[in-house]
Design a protein around this ligand. Structure first.
Ligand SMILES: [Fe+2]
Length: 347
């Protein structure tokens, strides 16, 4: 089973089309989306329609939430882009433009009256289904095979950023989030990994194994206590039970090196038995310095084989997206220059 994982499309149709073509060329069985289908980019309607068509499920991103409900913690220009996105999608601005173009085609005898009515009715039905889809993007957390998937972070699934730099200066945030990565198993809780979007930085935060000397000490203590229990029913301290899980961990960020076309982390980079929080990068607005679209494919291991993730970088027609943004801005849309400038810089 090969699962294509896309995230943070951000209404960038040119980028998403190129990713879909690339995913088809390398092959996949299912596609899932970690959220932020809309926001910033010029083609929210087309991207929502492609996600509806291709993705098995979609998580709620902060920009999707903002478009349907309200922008939370957005800077002023991002908030204006949210309201423009809402007008295009939910409030039907795109549909009005589309019908006006059909009317013009009919007036110029390029389509007949019957064709006009058919296409107009079809577009109106599509609009209802599109809005219904956007209103129903609600999952904050989904289990994909053995991975917990959220848009942002396990502890705050819609809004918290897990930055690569957290491995240096915010390990408390990582401890809190890794602490939530367990699922019920046959022998109690079992640790699992997570897949998130939101920062647009492809790679994964790895929880390194606890210090082996400390593990050996705790295990020896546990063994001695168990032996005492067997001899005479001594009280087993719950503190000792959780001692191994409380041994301090370190974190590392393994980054998809800028310039590479694809990357399958090997066993040294992603050691067996270590938990991680993986980010497939952003389709529509990469921010790691490589302007190419990014996504990942999870190959689920069969018959005891390890799962493998492969990140892919996909070149797309950046100028096409930029000129769409410029054209809307020239018509008065509140889309600022930075939105098209950042695309070519991957920022
Ligand atoms: Fe995003």
């Amino acid at each position: 089973m090969r699962i294509a994982i896309v995230s943070d499309i951000h209404a960038n149709l040119a980028a998403f089309e190129s990713v879909l073509a690339h995913a088809r060329s390398v092959g996949y069985d299912r596609m899932v989306c970690l959220g932020d289908v809309v926001g910033y980019g010029p083609d929210p309607v087309e991207c929502v329609d492609l996600v509806r068509e291709h993705c098995d499920w979609t998580l709620l991103g902060n920009h999707d939430f903002a478009a349907v409900y309200e922008p939370t913690n957005f800077n002023p220009s991002a908030a204006k882009a949210v309201f423009w996105t809402r007008a295009q999608t939910i409030e039907g601005e795109w549909l009005r433009r589309h019908i006006a173009a059909l009317q013009q085609a009919r007036d110029e005898d390029r389509i007949s009256d019957t064709e006009f009515l058919d296409k107009k009715c079809g577009a109106e039905v599509e609009q209802r289904e599109r809005v219904d889809f956007m209103f129903r993007i609600s999952p904050r957390r989904i289990l994909l095979d053995r991975y917990i998937c959220v848009h942002a972070s396990p502890s705050r699934p819609v809004n918290e950023y897990l930055f690569p730099t957290d491995v240096e200066n915010n390990t408390k945030r990582l401890e809190r989030n890794f602490g939530l990565l367990t699922l019920p198993g046959a022998d109690g809780e079992r640790p699992v990994s997570a897949i998130v979007g939101h920062t647009h930085c492809p790679g994964f935060i790895l929880e390194t194994p606890p210090d082996p000397v400390e593990v050996a000490r705790v295990e020896a203590e546990l063994a001695a206590q168990t032996a005492r229990e067997q001899e005479g029913g001594a009280f087993r301290s719950p503190l000792l039970e959780s001692a191994i899980s409380r041994i301090p961990r370190n974190y590392e960020f393994e980054s998809f090196v800028v310039g590479r076309d694809s990357w399958t982390p090997n066993d040294d980079e992603m050691p067996a038995g270590c938990r991680f929080i993986l980010n497939p990068g952003s389709v529509g607005q990469p921010r790691d310095g490589d302007p190419r679209a990014c996504y990942a494919i999870l190959e689920v291991g069969e018959n005891g084989a390890r799962d493998r993730f492969t990140f892919h970088r996909v070149a797309y027609d950046i100028a096409r997206t930029q000129s769409r943004l410029r054209a809307f801005a020239a018509e008065g849309a509140p889309l600022v220059e930075w939105l098209w400038e950042r695309l070519e810089k991957g920022q």
